[in-house]
Design a protein around this ligand. Structure first.
Ligand code: NDP
Length: 246
């Protein structure tokens, strides 16, 4: 039984895609939820409406994960407006594909800043608010386990950085009864990786189940990890990838 009544959550990058699915699922299980977004104010407002339709408190905060001050401000705003913070979901992420020789400095910085640095900074800002039973859940990628094609070298590298971060932080926060875990999706049908995209058939063919996942299927894993039922799980990489890494 997944029960999050009374919990307060912040989900980064949740105007669309996996983050939106997570925010709505956490609200459906009883949590009040703050989300961040970069540009999609209208989509963020839709997610807030869906949170409120579950009878929960929902707020949207514009914050570019590439901006350290904005990341810190968003965590403080979420904790302030929700009256505390129990769950941080580091979901915001970007992909950049292509040969390493063609990856420019701006793209490299964006990948590192959004996929790695923002996770560290949001966690740093959230820790003083978290209590016993608190949760830090980050969204990695199955590409940190297996990279079966060319073109995503640095993206995969940013996601593998979250392995050591998750393990190390679980040791740091374990004595306080706070768990830290990483969810590693495979191909999930979103704007980032549409199920009818150019590479979709190749990606599907690399899975055991022969299909893409849905945002709701990742949200279900996150909701479980956020719940008291998952209290023994920490420092773990939970892969939900249709068997892509099998
Ligand atoms: P989408 O591109 O569909 O959505 C990304 C979300 O993150 C949007 O809400 C977007 O906000 C937000 N976002 C992007 N950049 C920033 C930023 N700089 N600051 C704040 N918010 C930002 O991505 P997905 O839902 O597919 O991906 C979510 C996470 O899951 C990412 O970490 C991704 O790496 C990971 N993942 C995705 C997989 C997939 O197949 N889809 C597979 C494995 C991992 P806005 O709308 O305002 O731009």
């Amino acid at each position: 039984m997944i029960e999050l009544t009374g919990k307060r959550a912040l989900v980064t990058g949740a105007a669309r895609g996996i983050g939106a699915g997570i925010a709505i699922e956490l609200a459906a299980k009883g949590a009040d939820v703050a989300i961040t977004y970069e540009r999609s104010a209208d989509r963020a407002a839709e997610v807030v409406r869906a949170i409120k339709a579950n009878g929960r408190h929902g707020i949207a905060i514009q914050a570019d994960s590439a901006d350290p001050a904005a990341v810190k401000r968003s965590v403080e705003a979420a904790a302030g407006q929700l009256g505390g913070l129990d769950i941080l979901v580091n979901n915001a992420g970007i992909g950049r594909v292509g040969p390493l020789t063609e990856l420019g400095l701006a793209d490299l910085d964006a990948l590192l800043n959004i996929n790695v640095r923002a996770v560290v900074l949001a966690s740093q800002a959230a820790i003083p608010h978290l209590r016993e039973g608190g949760r830090i859940i980050s969204i990695g990628s199955t590409l940190a386990e297996r990279v079966p094609f060319a073109g995503s070298t640095v993206y995969a590298m940013t996601k593998s950085a979250l392995h050591a971060f998750t393990r190390g932080l679980s040791r740091e926060l374990g004595p306080q009864g706070i768990t830290v875990n990483l969810v590693q999706p495979g191909s999930i049908d979103t704007d980032m990786n549409p199920a009818d995209g150019e590479q979709a058939d190749q990606l599907r063919s690399l899975t055991a189940l022969g299909r893409y996942g849905k945002a709701e299927e990742i949200a279900a894993v996150v909701a479980f990890l956020a719940s008291p039922a998952a209290g023994l799980i920490t420092g773990a990489m939970i892969t939900a990838d249709a068997g892509f890494s099998a």
